[in-house]
Design a protein around this ligand. Structure first.
Ligand SMILES: [Zn+2]
Length: 221
């Protein structure tokens, strides 16, 4: 246990076989590793164990023994959005446009992790666009949102990335995106405001539209 370590024990490094590590970390090399990203999962397990060792808890007690592995598995899923691209997500779901009417997908829920505290923020994202030559299958928009949400994020960037991805993918005349979210780092810590919502917007191609079209696009969010 960490609190049994002598004073002045160094901050643990990344080599799990290093005998100068706190006792809980020395067994890390025995933890199961991911078949696809062995080093990343092993690092995430180490992070989970380090976090436990920063508390007075005994990481060997029954309820906590598998926590680093569970933590790593959860984080690997929550941060799985780095390993794909908008083109791969859209796949064969890009079609020729048969009308120039506005398309809107509203209030798609998302869950992400803020990059400043690695704590969750979550909410809804709405997307509206005027097609050019192409449209994207409606189910692909939530998948695109998931791809960017499952990264370390700030809400502003997430909103812009969804707009840019759609713009790059199907070259619409214009696209707007609005995200409304709650941030656990504001709710559980810091200013501790439970009811505030953060709204961010991003758009591309708006200079191509008339004032009436712009107001219709935003009204569709
Ligand atoms: Zn935060």
């Amino acid at each position: 246990m960490l609190h049994d370590q002598p004073d002045g024990c160094e901050t643990p490094g990344v080599d799990p076989s290093n005998s100068s590590l706190p006792a809980p970390l020395r067994g890390l090399h025995r933890l199961p590793q991911s078949a696809t990203h062995p080093n990343q999962l092993s690092n995430a397990e180490m992070a989970g164990l380090l976090l436990l060792s920063a508390t007075p808890e005994d990481p060997d007690r029954q309820g906590l023994k598998a926590t680093p592995a569970r933590y790593a598995k959860a984080m690997t899923q929550l941060l799985s959005g780095y390993h794909t691209t908008p083109e791969a997500v859209a796949g064969s779901g890009v079609f020729s446009s048969e009308s120039n009417g506005l398309v809107s997908v509203r209030e798609v829920e998302f869950y992400s992790l803020c990059e400043h505290h690695m704590l969750p923020f979550w909410g809804k994202i709405s997307v509206a666009y005027y097609p050019g030559e192409q449209i994207v299958g409606l189910s692909k928009i939530p998948r695109l949102i998931n791809m960017y949400a499952r990264r370390l994020q700030v809400q502003e960037r997430l909103t812009q990335q969804v707009a840019d991805a759609l713009f790059g993918l199907i070259k619409p005349r214009a696209v707007v995106v609005r995200a409304t979210a709650q941030h656990l780092c504001m709710m559980m810590r810091g200013v501790e405001k439970q009811r505030s919502e953060t709204v961010t917007e991003a758009g591309s191609g708006l200079s191509q539209l008339s004032d009436l079209e712009i107001s219709r696009l935003y009204a569709a969010l």
